[in-house]
Design a protein around this ligand. Sequence first.
Ligand code: IPE
Ligand code: IPE
Ligand code: MG
Length: 259
Amino acid sequence: MFGFLNKEDPADNDNVTLDPQRIPAHVAIIMDGNGRWAKARHLPRVAGHKEGMNTVKKIAIAASDLGVKVLTLYAFSTENWKRPNDEVNYLMQLPVSFFDTFVPDLVKNNVRVAVMGYVDKLPAATQKAVRDAIEDTKDCDGMVLNFALNYGSRAEIVSGVQAIAEKVATGELAPQAITSATLDQALMTAPLAPYNDPDVLIRTSGEERISNFLLWQIAYSELVFTDVKWPDFTAATLKACLADYQSRDRRFGGLTDKK
Ligand code: IPE
Ligand code: IPE
Ligand code: MG
């Protein structure tokens, strides 16, 4: 890969310039590496999650400033319940402190909060924090800050298919009438239309896998992997990742439109 993105050292990326005409509309991030960040500092894993929350605040504003329309952040997966109770409890309380301290800044930056995932399975206090943040930012018409909370793409697809099958069973929908758009509308990204699909998916921490995130929606997303652990991710790292995205030639199966 050509070297806009220094995978190991984001500090080298400070001088990156982006083409303002080609800022990706929908940026999705798998925020990974909080635990390893903490471990490297001989801190408990939750210290990494706390620092990761501060990174979310910085990156939300940075993305909004760059003109991103939708920033989707993978905060808790349907598989993360497998973790020790103490860690799960900490992660469930994080949205409460996040929104408690950050909603005024979001409003100031005209950022609207959205959430996708099985929110009804979250603890009551987490659900309330999420509901309040959505309500408090509902009039903002700038960037959408979309949290994937208790989200898993296979579960999402299963739920979507069940909803479609229900319509077929009642005769409301003919099987032959099912199109790719029917699926788009049945998935949890439907409210983000016309930006359902991420233009770029970034994963931090050096892991190069998808971990059940947006499987349908990333069909033609550009994938950017950085070794930087999420608590160390900065606005400069984001810009480097977007510069890497801008260096790609998106063909969607066709031929290049680069002269
Ligand atoms: C990402 O960091 C945050 C969540 C998955 C909630 P991790 O907690 O997965 O950190 P690592 O991968 O163990 O370092
Ligand atoms: C993916 O990270 C989920 C989130 C970032 C919320 P994980 O740390 O859970 O993924 P795996 O277990 O390494 O695949
Ligand atoms: Mg991880």
